[in-house]
Design a protein around this ligand. Structure first.
Ligand code: HEM
Ligand SMILES: *[C@@H]1O[C@H](CO)[C@@H](O)[C@H](O)[C@H]1NC(C)=O
Ligand SMILES: *[C@@H]1O[C@H](CO)[C@@H](O)[C@H](O)[C@H]1NC(C)=O
Ligand SMILES: *[C@@H]1O[C@H](CO)[C@@H](O)[C@H](O)[C@H]1NC(C)=O
Ligand SMILES: *[C@@H]1O[C@H](CO)[C@@H](O)[C@H](O)[C@H]1NC(C)=O
Ligand SMILES: *[C@@H]1O[C@H](CO)[C@@H](O)[C@H](O)[C@H]1NC(C)=O
Length: 327
């Protein structure tokens, strides 16, 4: 009787594992034989990069996001070329950190040549960025392969813009299998990093296409502070997305939203817009009071985002140089 139960149980486990595998072929142990030191090599490179420039943590985290939303997590964002994703509107003069990826790739290649994908490097670097900024950690699923094409029009249409409503942004998340919880938790990535005046000046000044100074959603002190920053007309000037907080990965971003201190209009929409009332507002409030829940949800959502349409098996390739497909 006991044996029969055990056998049934063993079958149950086997079938569950097969289902998991069919669902996603990524595993935490993918390189444990072919590149056993991979995680420590990436960690060391990320520590160096962040020591040189704190912002690199944010920049590498964003690269993984912008990679995954366009043709899946396939390192398509890293391909050079005028028709590449680097030149799409959400990325041009904005996405950064490509040299850091090159440095990581070089270090990885010198230890285990030709086996680790650039897409996996982005996923590990994103995790390390959060961890090294004082945020949560998670086990990174691995085994992605690199895509053969970049998709500039895909980058223009699939990445969310900072002027978009909660409803529109949610549709873009749903298009890649992410839900409303993921919209709010992943927006918490804006607890680190910078935004340029180009991305929020529509909330500060009167010009064609802007709504004028945002006195309903934006803290009055912030309006004048940001006007001073941006009014020289230099749209490349930057400020912290998590306004006047440190580079720490914490829940201050959500505390700021509750106080009307979201830098991007899309950030503040999550709390203040009419659409937020029945969708995102309550979770923003919860995260503003519960840093542990935010950390846990963020880690879960990052794993989900990293699972967007990976190339596995013999699809794609392992790029030798992250900027070009193999010849
Ligand atoms: C929800 C919709 C989102 C919108 C509309 C959005 C938009 C933006 C914009 C406009 C910037 C400033 C870019 C610049 O001025 O150069 C930015 C920065 C950033 N975003 Fe997002 N983002 C979103 C979601 C996310 C997600 C899901 C992540 C990661 C999980 C993320 C991570 C970052 C980081 C870390 C930065 C700072 C980058 C740096 O300093 O180099 N964002 N985002
Ligand atoms: C580019 O992305 C769009 C939108 O997701 C998709 O319809 C199209 O098939 C993609 N093109 C390539 C070459 O991957
Ligand atoms: C939302 O998307 C629709 C359809 O693309 C567009 O017409 C509208 O301007 C967008 N609105 C906002 C606020 O993002
Ligand atoms: C989103 O998906 C996660 C599982 O990935 C689930 O725990 C959560 O409840 C979902 N949120 C919504 C609003 O459906
Ligand atoms: C923008 O226009 C409104 C209405 O015309 C005006 O009250 C306000 O002072 C203007 N603000 C700036 C910064 O130009
Ligand atoms: C952040 O800015 C707001 C608005 O100007 C201000 O009220 C607040 O005291 C500042 N907080 C810190 C920690 O600098």
């Amino acid at each position: 009787m006991k044996n029969a139960t055990n056998i049934t149980f063993a079958w149950f486990i086997t079938i569950s594992m097969l289902c998991l595998l069919a669902n996603s072929q990524l595993t935490t142990t993918f390189y444990s034989k072919s590149c056993p030191n991979l995680l420590s090599i990436v960690r060391k490179q990320m520590m160096n990069a962040i020591k040189t420039e704190t912002r690199m943590a944010a920049s590498l985290l964003r690269l993984h996001f912008h990679d995954c939303f366009v043709n899946g997590c396939d390192a398509s964002i890293l391909l050079d070329g005028s028709n590449g994703e680097k030149n799409a509107f959400p990325n041009i003069n904005s996405a950064r950190g490509y040299e850091v990826v090159d440095a990581i790739k070089t270090a990885v290649e010198s230890s285990c040549s030709g086996v680790v994908s650039c897409a996996d490097i982005l996923a590990i670097a994103a995790r390390d960025s959060v961890l090294l900024s004082g945020g949560p950690s998670w086990k990174v699923l691995l085994g992605r392969r690199d895509g053969l094409v970049a998709n500039q029009s895909g980058a223009n249409s699939k990445l969310p813009a900072p002027f978009e409503s909660v409803g529109n942004i949610t549709l873009k998340f749903q298009a890649v299998g992410l839900n409303l919880t993921d919209v709010v938790s992943l927006s918490g990535a804006h607890t680190i990093g910078l935004a340029s005046c180009a991305t929020f000046q529509n909330r500060l000044f009167n010009f064609s296409g802007s709504n004028g100074p945002d006195s309903t959603m934006l803290d009055g002190n912030m309006v004048s502070g940001l006007q001073n920053l941006c009014s020289p007309g230099d749209v490349t000037r930057t400020t912290q997305l998590d306004w006047n907080s440190t580079d720490l990965f914490d829940n201050n971003y959500f505390q700021n939203l509750v106080k009307g201190r979201g830098v991007l209009e899309s950030d503040q929409f999550l709390y203040s817009s009419a659409q937020a009332v029945s969708t995102t507002r309550s979770l923003v409030e919860v995260y503003s009071k519960n840093p542990k829940l935010f950390s846990d949800d963020f880690a879960n959502s990052m794993v989900k985002m990293g699972n967007i349409e990976p190339l596995t098996g013999s699809a794609g390739e392992i790029r030798k140089n992250c900027r070009v497909v193999n010849s």
